[in-house]
Design a binder for this molecule. Structure first.
Ligand code: MLT
Length: 254
């Protein structure tokens, strides 16, 4: 089975994802935040392609049923309830039962693009659920789903981002070992193999990868150092949210 890593959605070619099992990573910070919101009891997250789409989405809902969140080029969306720091979504009191409409500069669009490309539910991954996300992909692949596995990094403004690529590399290794146990042979794409090398070279140094990355340095410069510490916590959660084309939810635990 082929395992591929896409460094940013702009690198996707037509049909690259068709029929694949697909996960999307935006360690800093969209997928880390979505996972956290759902763990804290949010009903669902609606990843939007534009700020306007998010605003339009909430406009038709009762005021106490939703939260508008995310960021646009690092800044909170005017009139929003929350930004895009995962720490803001840790309070059950704030998010429990809410429908969260979110637009972020790279992550929410990557989720939508991945779904459009693969035509099947998309798994939401980050360092905070890296083992669970990898195990879910292995289980689905071993159940003969998908013609391959594609890990899509949200990247940064059309280019790569080290933290997403690092997380993707960890997933490549975990998926490889998992599929081997099922007797499934894997073929890594060149990007998957380079991601795996990056992860191996930085084993145990997740926070170092985040703090030295471009986006990590940017977030530190605008006061979000704690987000880097949080987003680097490997396997903090054992859940894997799924985007079904409309909303991201936590599937019921079996
Ligand atoms: C994005 O989608 O680009 C981000 O998640 C940016 C951020 O909130 O740091």
């Amino acid at each position: 089975m082929k395992v591929d890593v896409i460094v940013a959605p702009t690198f996707l070619k037509k049909d690259d994802l068709k029929g694949c099992l697909c996960a999307v990573i935006d360690v800093l910070r969209a997928t880390s935040t979505i996972i956290t919101a759902l763990v804290s009891g949010a009903a669902e997250v609606r990843p939007c392609l534009t700020v306007e789409e998010a605003k339009k989405g909430v406009a038709k809902l009762p005021r106490d049923s939703y939260l508008l969140g995310g960021e646009d080029m690092g800044k909170n969306i005017p009139g929003s309830d929350l930004g895009n720091s995962p720490l803001e979504y840790m309070s059950e009191e704030v998010v429990r039962g809410k429908v969260i409409y979110s637009y972020t500069s790279n992550g929410t669009g990557a989720i939508r693009k991945a779904y459009a490309g693969c035509g099947r539910p998309v798994y939401i991954a980050a360092l905070i659920n890296v083992s669970a996300a990898s195990a879910t992909l292995v289980k689905a692949a071993a159940g003969a789903q998908g013609k391959g596995i594609a890990i899509v990094c949200a990247g940064r403004y059309g280019g790569p981002s080290t933290e997403d690529f690092f997380c993707a590399g960890m997933m490549v290794d975990l998926i490889g070992r998992g599929l081997n146990k099922h007797g499934i042979e894997i073929q890594l794409s060149d990007t998957a193999s380079v991601a795996s090398d990056l992860a191996a070279a930085n084993r145990g140094n997740g926070l170092g990868v985040l703090t030295s990355s471009e986006h990590g340095r940017f977030l530190e410069s605008i006061g979000f150092s704690d987000d880097l510490i949080f987003a680097s916590r490997i396997d903090l959660y054992n859940v894997v949210p799924v985007f079904d084309g409309k909303r991201v939810i936590l599937p019921p635990q079996k």
